[in-house]
Write a protein that binds this ligand. Structure first.
Ligand code: BTN
Length: 255
């Protein structure tokens, strides 16, 4: 059982998580916040103990044992004019990484576009979704799944999963971790408006694949090249025979 009081005492934000909804079971915290008219306050956080249809990138499932991990979404309803939305995605990954590093001194690595790894195993993922009115984005939902206390992960995975418990060799407080992530995310969100390059540099500093020979797989298409950098929108710059390609989607593997 998630202890809301323990979480609230550690929450040090102005608006992120100040409206907090805790549910036993939902289809997906992202879907609920995206469609809900009831939950509309900027910064609302919806945490569910279990998702029956938790979603990952590219229509994949996000499965997580009930009551052991963190599966939550953050609703942003700001004026996003001039903000490169992808920096919010990268910013969420940086907030999760900083929190795991600060609380458990674990070495966190980023994998483009939105995977968070420890020792090549996936510890967390981000799914950012938005809705628009006309051409204007009016709602962003940042969905975050963190494997916290799950002891094992039966099944087949593209990237093998791990949890903080497995890496830190102790059960950890989900309340403390969630408040730390939200505290860090609020600071980073301000950077998305004022200093987006700082977010991208923080992300780059944790991405060991930059400079490496990689393979991008997108459905039946495979492209080989060198991972040169990410650009200011967070797209991957791939160096292939004499030219540079901007990659928007796909799964990345070392060659
Ligand atoms: C990925 O790695 O592909 C992204 C995973 C994102 C999972 C989180 S869990 C909370 C939120 N609700 C969802 O349905 N998905 C995100």
């Amino acid at each position: 059982m998630f202890n809301i009081e323990e979480f609230d005492i550690k929450l040090d934000t102005e608006f992120i998580g100040r409206s907090f909804i805790y549910c036993d079971e939902v289809e997906s915290t992202n879907s609920l916040l995206l469609s809900s008219k009831e939950f509309s306050q900027h910064g609302t956080v919806l945490l569910a103990e279990y998702q029956t249809k938790g979603r990952g990138r590219k229509g994949r499932e996000w499965n997580s044992n009930p009551g052991q991990n963190l599966t939550f979404s953050i609703l942003l309803k700001d004026d996003f004019k001039g903000v490169r939305i992808n920096t919010i995605n990268f910013g969420a990954a940086v907030a999760v990484a900083q929190s795991i590093e600060n609380l458990y001194q674990l070495n966190v690595e980023m994998k483009w576009p939105n995977d968070i790894l420890i020792d090549k195993r996936k510890i967390a993922g981000i799914l950012l979704e938005s809705s628009s009115k006309g051409n204007v984005i009016n709602k962003i939902v940042v969905g975050i799944g963190i494997n916290v206390n799950q002891p094992n992960f039966p099944g087949k995975f593209d990237i093998p999963p791990t949890s903080i418990r497995k890496e830190f060799h102790q059960l950890v407080s989900r309340e403390k971790l969630l408040s730390e992530v939200l505290n860090n995310f609020e600071v980073i969100l301000n950077l998305a408006f004022n200093a987006p390059d700082k977010i991208l540099n923080d992300w780059r500093s944790r991405c060991k694949m930059i400079g490496e020979k990689i393979k991008i797989v997108d459905n039946d298409k495979i492209i080989f090249g060198i991972f040169e950098d990410i650009d200011q929108d967070g797209f991957l710059i791939l160096k292939t025979a004499g030219k540079k390609e901007k990659i928007h989607f796909g799964d990345l593997n070392l060659r």
